[in-house]
Design a protein around this ligand. Structure first.
Ligand code: ADP
Ligand code: MG
Length: 741
């Protein structure tokens, strides 16, 4: 009887794991049918795009909105009233019952508060109402959104205001209006407001530089193609892992004997159940006008990637946020959970969100694509070199823009760029830059040198795409007609890095224009002046160029020699937002004011602290409530076994037989003791850190004194996983999480 109860207890502990596995084995793919086999027939059906505006709006209203979109202007109340009439008609026809201002607060997600169209009329009857006033502006209670101390508690109001450049769309039965979110006193409380400012700053600065080459350029917009990596795990296994549910990553789990060593998952055929999920979310994305185009298996088991065609940055960012939302929602329908965390599993690849970025003109030119002749190539080199200079000068700020708690597990880890920001160019361009730096002098150029330089750059092949060697280890790589900013984490709202990159480049282009004009005023002609300044920039920023393996130890040493910083600490990296250089860029270009910038960094420190805190709590709970009891039970069964041996065998037979079991008992016992001790110590460290008032110092305390325990406790638990009877281990193991689908 005693033994019977004992066994039952074992089964109960591990029951969740095994019943989850049984559920996965029984899964069937959830099939679905797209509205049509031809995507173009339903692409954008849920978006109020220009095409639909033309149909639903009066001629005047259509003209006004179109101009507002093109010029980045907002609408007057009267104009909005006109637009609201048409928009309401379309929304009601599409079955919408509610509307919401959809915005990007400084959390990790988007925010929405739905209001019905319903309005009670004078005689108690109900009508559907939607006015221009609610279209353009709303006043949600801002008090629960992070603001980093900007918003006074007594002034909880915040405003959301329509961002006309991103189209209105319908999700389910809700009309969603993309908006910016600002405090009552005018400070930005979101990601979109500063992003729009950075983009318009870049527009202005880049147009000024383009004027050297082509007077017809009146608008430059930054372009962005976002590759989104993610993991999928089955829903039943997800629920059996409290760490994934609460911290979005595994806080324990021994490496699977086989994971990605054979690289047999990368680009292999997409598993059927996964394929139905992908088709389903792609269809939802297409209906919302998100041009998802590419899909494939990634390197780690159960890791995948999708990528839309590139778009204007603000739209691409909105679409990426929306896409992540859609993917999470559709995954549930298919009994999956999608993990956007940068490092859900230790020891294998993490997930990134490669930001393919470039700049395009209203004349249809990609400024980072080589042209047909020396003139257009000088323009190309001008923008290329200015971007390099911006990355060089704003090195610390750029790292800060991608750094956060979850991405810190990825940067410097498997298949992820290190925390050193460098630029990869490829051999061809490296040589060209070298040639310019060598030949150009501060003296007046001889006609022969001019011809030579022009000949040299004239030879740059128009299609560099196939001539550029790929370096997948670089955090910021030129890939032929764009830069691929690879350090961005998979869960990020790309606004953060895009604000910084576009602001840094804008700031740099403004400087460039000034410097060139100065040289021209000293009597050089335009091309000469451009060459001279470019040469100076090449020399000043060559430190940031690196063609080798960014994952190698040698690079870390070399980077240190070059004076490039390598800072894996999250709070220390975030602090770079407030360096004089960063302020020069972000405040100098009026993207933030001092208060906004400080508030933002404050929010980041707090986010970091809270995330480490959550992980520490979850790990403590699971260690004490799941792992230690399981290990004790297994140890008890070994003790029973040793006792039994003693009853049956006499010395020295007993000693010979029981030796190995006794050793196991000691090992398990040591691990249990260590886990318990470290969990207690970790709690004490948290208590000490929690009383620190200054958020930077608190974050540092969490990083230095709490975070290390998370890994150390894990190591012990992972060792226990290898020893304890598989039948009673309570948590789904890596091999199960990664290989069952
Ligand atoms: P990779 O080979 O790097 O995995 P993918 O095909 O997955 O490339 O993604 C490349 C991304 O780069 C796509 O989103 C694509 O639209 C985008 N892209 C291409 N040209 C540009 C450009 N000029 N500006 C911004 N993004 C671009
Ligand atoms: Mg790709």
């Amino acid at each position: 009887m005693k033994i019977y109860i004992f066994v039952l207890k074992f089964l109960f502990m591990a029951e969740l794991r095994f019943s989850a596995l049984r559920e996965v084995f029984k899964r069937e793919p959830v099939r679905f049918q797209a509205p049509s086999r031809i995507v173009s027939e339903y692409f954008g059906t849920d978006v109020f795009d220009l095409h639909k505006m033309e149909h639903y709006l009066s001629k005047e209203a259509y003209r006004v909105v179109k101009r507002a979109i093109e010029e980045g202007k907002s609408l007057t109340r009267q104009e909005a009233e006109q637009v609201a009439i048409g928009l309401k008609a379309w929304a009601l026809e599409r079955g919408a019952t509610h509307f919401t201002h959809w915005f990007h607060p400084l959390t990790d997600g988007t925010a929405e508060k739905h209001d019905g169209f319903l309005e009670v009329g004078d005689r108690g009857h109900v009508v559907e109402n939607f006015s221009g006033e609610v279209l353009v502006q709303s006043e949600p209670d801002a008090s629960s959104f992070p603001s980093g101390g900007i918003r006074n508690t007594f002034e909880a109001r915040g405003y959301t205001a329509w961002d006309v450049s991103s189209p209105v769309f319908i999700v389910g039965t809700t009309l969603c209006i993309p908006t910016i979110f600002v405090s009552f006193t005018g400070e930005a409380l979101d990601y979109k407001a500063p992003l729009l400012k950075a983009l318009s700053e870049l527009d202005r600065a880049a147009v000024d530089v383009c004027q050297y080459f082509d007077k017809n350029v009146t608008k430059v917009f930054a372009t962005l193609g976002i590759e989104q990596e993610y993991f999928l795990i089955d829903e039943a296994l997800y629920y059996a892992r409290p760490d994934i549910v609460l911290a979005e990553r595994t806080l324990m789990g021994h490496q699977s004997s086989k994971d990605q060593q054979l690289a047999d998952h990368y680009f292999s055929s997409i598993p059927e159940r996964v394929m139905w999920f992908i088709k389903d979310f792609e269809c939802e994305a297409h209906k919302l006008g998100i041009p998802v185009k590419t899909r494939h298996n990634e390197v780690a088991p159960n890791q995948f990637e999708c990528a839309p065609e590139y778009e204007e940055v603000n739209l691409a960012v909105d679409h990426n946020q929306l896409l992540m939302d859609i993917m999470k929602r559709v995954a549930r329908k298919h009994k999956f959970r999608v993990l956007f965390h940068e490092k859900p599993f230790a020891g294998i690849n993490g997930s990134g969100k490669h930001n393919n970025w470039s700049m395009a003109t209203n004349t249809g030119v990609n400024l980072l694509s080589p042209g047909k002749n020396p003139k257009s190539n000088l323009q190309f080199l001008t923008f290329l070199i200015n971007v390099i200079k911006a990355v060089h000068d704003s090195n610390g700020l750029i790292r800060a823009s991608v750094m956060n708690h979850s991405n810190s597990y990825r940067l410097g880890g498997h298949e992820a760029p290190p925390a050193i920001i460098s630029v990869f160019l490829g051999a061809y361009l490296t040589n060209i830059l070298e040639e310019i730096a060598r030949k150009v002098t501060d003296r007046k150029m001889t006609p022969a040198l001019k011809t030579e330089l022009k000949l040299g750059i004239g030879k740059i092949p128009e299609i560099l795409l196939d001539n550029t060697d790929r370096n997948r280890t670089s955090p910021f790589a030129f890939t032929g007609n764009r830069f691929e900013f690879r350090a961005v984490g998979s869960s990020a709202n790309c606004s953060g890095p895009m604000i910084v990159l576009n602001a840094a480049v804008a700031h740099q282009l403004i400087k460039f224009r000034k410097e060139v004009d100065l040289v021209i005023r000293k009597g050089r002609n335009k091309d000469e002046a451009i060459f001279q300044v470019l040469k100076k920039y090449i020399r000043e920023s060559e430190n940031v160029l690196f063609e080798g393996d960014n994952y190698s130890k040698e690079w870390h040493q070399e980077a240190a020699r070059r004076g490039l910083t390598n800072i894996p600490s999250v709070p220390e990296t975030l602090k770079y937002y407030l360096s004089p250089r960063s302020k020069d860029v972000l405040i100098g270009t009026r993207i933030f004011n001092e208060k906004e910038l400080e508030g933002r960094v404050e929010v980041e420190y707090e986010k970091f602290t809270k995330k480490v805190q959550i992980e520490a709590r979850v790990l403590g709970d699971v260690a004490i409530n799941h792992i230690v009891p399981t290990a004790i039970r297994y140890m008890t069964s070994l003790l029973e076994n040793v006792k039994g041996l003693k009853d049956v065998f006499s010395e020295p037979e007993f000693e010979r037989l029981a030796g190995a079991r006794k050793e196991m008992i000691i090992t398990i016992s040591d691990h249990i003791t260590a886990v318990k001790k470290m969990v207690n110590e970790m709690v004490e460290e948290r208590k000490k850190a929690n009383v620190i008032q200054d958020s930077y110092k608190k974050a540092i305390a969490y990083e230095k004194h709490v975070k290390p325990y998370i890994n150390e406790i894990r190591v012990r638990i992972d060792k226990l996983e290898l020893i304890v009877d598989n039948e009673i281990w309570p948590l789904p193991k890596y091999r199960e999480l990664l290989f069952t689908r």
